[in-house]
Design a protein around this ligand. Sequence first.
Ligand code: ADP
Ligand code: MG
Length: 339
Amino acid sequence: MPLGEFELIRQFFDRGPARRALLGIGDDAALLAPVPAGSVIAVSTDMLIEGRHFFAGADPLRLGHKALAVNLSDLASMGAQPRAFTLALALPAVDEPWLAAFRQGLFALADRFDCELVGGDTTRGPLTISISIFGEVPAGAALRRDAAQPGDDVWVSGALGAAAWAVERRRQASGLGQSAVGDGDGDGDGTSGAHSAGGADCADLRLDCPEPRVALGLALRHLARAAIDVSDGLIADLGHILERSRVGAELRWPDVPQAAELAPLPEALRQRLALSGGDDYELLFTAAPENRIAVEALGRRLDLPLARIGAIAAGSGLAVLDARGRRLEIEHGGFDHFR
Ligand code: ADP
Ligand code: MG
């Protein structure tokens, strides 16, 4: 091994004395200051495994970004302020250019959200990236999946379908042909193979570089009731809210914001991508109709489109309606589940 385990940690992940934590990398455990009285700690873990969530050869800078982004997105959907995270890394070998690019993508995002790496674990093994993240939210203000109420509006941020469309295009380009979009478990990334340690950036692809909606999540604490981030697809993730809240919902397909890239595609494919495609990491939330004006104002303040796409109903089941109010038949994935 060209670089020992401790040398690797020191060189790539230890950036000196902790700024926010009482004690960061270097001891048997990190020490975090308690949250203010009345607040609670939000904790979440997400794992990315080579061959499962990304193909071998995926750009390490983008992997560093994405591994943290999906965790930040989980905190955003709870309305929690990110504070610290730990990184468990299994590496098949010590590849210094890979590590340099990975750390760059990771820390660029961490610094933007002032979320500090306070520890982790490093071992040899099949490439696996597991991050646990810690955030802070006033008790009672967290946006839980079980809090939707009949009559609530259903909202979604941004636009949907771009990440699923990217997966589809890459699969076609790599000769794998048509495949299930929104299989609920991430993005087969067959073609972004180059180890572009210095040159790559995270500006161009929704799939590789999701933007966690942290500011939106924080601002929704007092406006929204239930929230979830769209990782498995709009229908599947709304399904989680419905199940936990024991309610139903009606969605209006014409009001669902579609990514611009989808515009030239046939409607059936656009429906599949926007309704069932995953990996967009937008926030899906419910709010009382009294808050409509405030939610719209928030979207303008954040310069982030917020679309009202349906309503929560008493009972159970999810109906997706077309422009004439007829029920759409969508034969895909999680949808049958709710028929
Ligand atoms: P231990 O033997 O107590 O598990 P380690 O030798 O695994 O400690 O790690 C030494 C220190 O480096 C610890 O503070 C640990 O949190 C930190 N660390 C290990 N791997 C990483 C990593 N990938 N990122 C950040 N910190 C790490
Ligand atoms: Mg250890």
